[in-house]
Design a protein around this ligand. Structure first.
Ligand code: AKB
Length: 318
């Protein structure tokens, strides 16, 4: 049975990934790593071990790996794209120095490592539609810089030291459990809360701006299946394109209107987020992930919308 440490277990992905891994590998085998001020609460805290695991403190992380005989680290610590533009130095420290700490510990203590990359690893001169797996990556945001460098570092540790590093390029992730913060794609979560609350949604992203998005259950499945994939079949490692849906604000609005007929949206573009979104692909080609480890998403815009609206309705009104 795997022994896993999740760094960043209380964040948008980490909180759900921890619970999913606990149900798969057993509660006691999954350690929820957190930073001071973002301690786990409720089921996340009650259901298994948790430890303070600050990615900028390698001795602390190594101590946990030793104590629990960890063999796999999921590194979910990061500042999202817009937050990273506001604090580029901190984004570098967490995104890249932090990753370096994790990889060094993995090398010395023989752990496998999953670290997410993002559609943010591409830039304005990357082919925009059906972006290929291997293509131009010249992002001009600090988030993108850390993601591309992280991909290269992951491949370096695999080739040079044999560390089992694997990664996917996550699109915007949509979930009703833990809200995202500081991302460019966050609007596609907030819009559902506005619809259920009966509010007019002010979209920070303008009509016609397409980005890849994914429902959280598919994202969790991607991370776990990639880490369980047969290494012999992996031609790529850091990082795989994965995709399930691509839409602009008008399309998500129309999907919501089917279930919430009076829903209204207006545009109030945020220049920072809009510039980032304009530099990202419209949609990714995920055929390598499909061929090399059987990636296949379950949700589309309509099934996700139905599920999100129901879950938020339950959360806010029961
Ligand atoms: C963001 O918007 O920053 C993230 C991402 C796509 O990496 N959700």
């Amino acid at each position: 049975m795997r022994k896993v440490l999740i760094i960043g277990s209380t964040g948008q992905i980490g909180s759900e990934l921890t619970m999913e891994l606990r149900s798969k590998y057993g509660n006691q085998n999954i350690v929820a790593g957190f930073i001071r001020g973002a301690e786990p609460k409720g089921a996340l805290r009650e259901s298994g071990p948790s430890e303070e695991a600050d990615i900028t403190d390698p001795a602390q992380i190594a101590g946990i790996v030793g104590k629990y005989k960890i063999d796999t680290i999921y590194n979910m610590a990061a500042l999202l794209s817009a937050a990273a533009e506001a604090k580029p130095q901190l984004a570098w420290k967490i995104g890249l120095e932090g990753l370096f700490n994790v990889l060094e510990i993995a090398r010395e203590m023989k752990c496998a490592v999953f670290t997410p990359s993002s559609i943010g690893a591409f830039g304005a001169n990357t082919p925009k539609d059906k972006t290929p797996q291997d293509t131009v990556q010249r992002p001009q945001t600090m988030y993108g810089v850390t993601k591309v460098a992280g991909e290269l570092l992951g491949d370096y540790y695999f080739k040079r030291f044999g560390v089992d590093t694997r990664s996917v390029r996550f699109p915007g992730l949509i979930s009703h459990v833990t809200p995202p913060g500081g991302g460019t794609t966050d609007y596609a979560v907030q819009i559902y809360y506005s619809a259920v609350a009966g509010e007019v949604f002010k979209s920070p992203i303008s009509a016609g701006t397409f980005m890849d998005m994914m429902y959280m259950p598919d994202a969790l499945c991607a991370a776990i299946s990639l880490m369980e994939a047969d290494p012999e079949r992996l031609v790529h490692r850091n990082s795989f394109n994965i995709a399930s849906m691509s839409f602009d604000p008008e399309m998500i609005r129309s999907a919501i209107l089917k279930y919430v007929p009076g829903f209204r949206m207006e545009y109030e573009p945020d220049p920072v987020r809009q510039a980032i979104a304009d530099s990202w692909p419209n949609s990714l080609d995920d055929s390598c992930a499909r061929e090399e480890w059987g990636w296949s998403p379950k949700y589309n815009l309509d099934s996700m919308t139905e599920n999100m609206l129901e879950a938020i309705e339950d959360k806010l009104h029961t």
